[in-house]
Design a protein around this ligand. Sequence first.
Ligand code: NAG
Ligand code: NAG
Ligand code: NAG
Length: 662
Amino acid sequence: MSRKVILFEEILVLFLPLFYNSHGYFVPQGSVGFGFNDYFTLTNTTKHTYGQAFDSEPYSITNSTTNITSSFSVNFFFAIVPEHKQQGSHGMAFVISPTRGFPGASSDQYLGIFNETTNGKTSNNVIAIELDIHKDEEFGDIDDNHVGININGMRSILSAPAGYYDDKDGNFKNLSLISRKVMRLSIVYSQPEKQLNVTLFPAELSVPPIKPLLSLNRDLSPYLLEKMYLGFTASTGSVGAIHYMMGWFISGEVEYPRLEFGRLPILPPYPKKPSHRTRTILVICLTVSVIAAFVASGIGFVFYLRHKNVKEVLEEWEIQYGPHRFAYKELFNATKGFKEKQLLGRGGFGQVYKGTLPGSDAEIAVKRTCHDSRQGMSEFLAEISTIGRLRHPNLVRLLGYCRHKEDLYLVYDFMPNGSLDKYINHSNTSENKEGLTWEQRFKIIKNVASALLYLHQEWVQVIIHRDIKPANVLIDHEMNARLGDFGLAKLYDQGFDPETSKVAGTFGYMAPEFLRTGRATTSTDVYAFGMVMLEVVCGRRLIERRAAENEEVLVDWVLELWEKGEDILDAVEESIRKEQERGQLELVLKLGVLCSHQAASIRPAMSAVMRFLNGVSQLPDNLLDVVRDEKSRGWPEQMEMLFDVDLSGTSRFTDSLVSHGR
Ligand SMILES: *[C@@H]1O[C@H](CO)[C@@H](O)[C@H](O)[C@H]1NC(C)=O
Ligand SMILES: *[C@@H]1O[C@H](CO)[C@@H](O)[C@H](O)[C@H]1NC(C)=O
Ligand SMILES: *[C@@H]1O[C@H](CO)[C@@H](O)[C@H](O)[C@H]1NC(C)=O
C-alpha cells in the first residue's frame, strides 16, 4: 500500500523513524535512512476529507463453482490522533466491498464509504466494521467512542462502546479510540457457525481476549460475492484527526493469531498551526542538536571520523538495539581473539565463530561480516532488523550485535549440534555422525515448516527467507531444528519492490521462476523447502553425479518412481527405510515433490504443508495427476482450498491504491 506523504509536516515526520526505531518498533526495511514504511495515514490535517486504501487484488471469499463462502480473519493495528484531546473527528473503518474503492463517497459521518444516496442500499454488498468517534444521531449511534458492524449502510447492526473483556477477571475495560494509543482490531468470521466476532484490544496484548466485544450471529454469505476487495477508510469533519494504519494480517481461516508488536511506538502529536509549528520545529532542532553535540563529544571525534562512512545508517538501529550491543572486547575475549580454532564455518557473508561470554557460561555463535560494500551493509541491516524482532522456537535467536572497524558482528545462540547438512548428504563418508532416526528427521522437517509458516503467514509482515537449505537449518541441544541465516531475508512489505533486489540464493534450491525473474516469493521458499524435505528423507544431495543416470537429480528420480508405480520408498535412505513408517515417508516424499514443483501455482502454501505434515489434511488421491500436469492449467479448483494456494497470495497486501477526496 502506498502512503500519502504529509507535505507541510514533513520536517516533523522526518524525525519519526528515529523515534520509532528507538522504541523497538517496525524498522522500515530496505530503506537506509529515513523511510516510514511502517505505517501510513488515511487522513491528514485537511478537514472534511476522507481517505481510502484498498488491496490491489480482490480476495475470493466465495468460490464461484461450489458457491461455498470461506471463513476469514482480519487483524490490524491502528491509532487515531485527534486534533483536540477530548474530541474525536469521525473515525475509520475496515471494509469488504465488491469494488476497489467507493467513488463519490462522502466524508464526515459517511466515513468515506457511502454518501447520502448510496447509504442503506441493499445493492451495496458492503460490510464495514467501524471505529466511530462521533455520535451521529441520524444513524442511531450509541456514543462517540464505539465499534460497530455495518452492512450496506451507516446504521450499525450491532455496536458497543470501545473496550475489551479482560481475560484475567472477565471485567470490561474501557478504551478510548482517540487516546493516540496503538490498538488492534480482530475480526473473525466463521461460515460454519455463521458468526462474526469483533474484538478490540490494546496492542500490548499479543493475543486477543477470549470474549469478543461484538458477536453477531448472521450468515454473511449473501453479502460476500465471489470477489471482494478489502480496504480501510477514514474521514474527518470540522475537527481533524490523523488515522494511522500499521501492520495487518489476513487469513482465510478462523484464527486468533499471536502478533507481537515489540515495543509500542509513540505517535507524533497532531501537527500544530504554522506559528506553533515553527516554534516546535525550532525546539526539536535545538534539542536534537544539543543531544547530537552531547553524543558526539561522548563518543569522541576520532571515533566519529573513523566511522563517518557508516554513521548515518547505523544510527537508526544502534538506538533500537542499544541494549543488545556487545563491546568488541567482549566478543574478542569470548572467541579467544577470533582464533581459527573457534571457527565454526564460513557462510554467505562471513565467518562464524564459537564463543563463551566472559563471566557467564553462555555459549554464543558470532558471525563476522565485512561491510565495506554497500551490499554487505544492507544485508546486515536486513538481518539485524528482521531477526531482532522475530520470536519463534524454531528460529535461531539473535542476541545482539557489535560494530568494530570494518566489521560487523552478529551474536546468536550457539547451536551445539551444528547444521542439518552435517547429518545428511554424507551417507557414504566416515565423517558421518550417527545418522538421524526417522523420528528425528520428521521432527526437523516439521520444525522448519513451522518456522516458515511463521515467517510467511503468521507474522505481521510477510517475510521471505530466500535461502532455505540444510546449511541454514541449525540443530539445538534437544535436536530441534531452527532456521537461521536471515542474511537474505527481506521483508516482503509495502514499498519494497522485490524485482529490484539482487538475485541471491543457493543453486539447486532456487525455483525456476526465481532464476528467470529474480523475484523471490513465499512460493520460492516453499520450493526450497520441498528440496530440503527430499534431502532429509533420502539422505543424499539434490544432484548426485555418482548415481545412476536416472537417479542423478533427486526430485526427478522420486517423481519417476512415483509415476512408474514403482516403490517410491526406494529413494529413502536405507537406514530409515522401514515398512511401518511407510505412511509418513510417502507423505514427505510426495509433499517434497509437490512443494518443489516447477510450476509455482501448484506449490501449496505453508499453512497447507503444515496441515499435511500434522495429518490434519490428507494428500488428495489424484495428486499425481496434479503433479504431472506441468503447465498446471488444469488446476482443480477444489484444491485451492486444500493447498491454500489462493490464500498465500492474500495474506499480504501488495501494491495498492490510496485515494483521497472530499
Ligand atoms: C491532505 O490530503 C489531501 C488529499 O490527498 C491533499 O490534497 C492535501 O494537500 C493534504 N494536505 C496536507 C496538509 O498535506
Ligand atoms: C467506562 O465508560 C462508561 C461509559 O462512558 C462509564 O460509564 C464507565 O464509568 C467507564 N468505566 C471505567 C472503569 O472507566
Ligand atoms: C466468538 O467468540 C465466542 C466467545 O469467545 C466463541 O465461543 C466463538 O467460537 C467465536 N466465534 C468465532 C467465529 O470465532
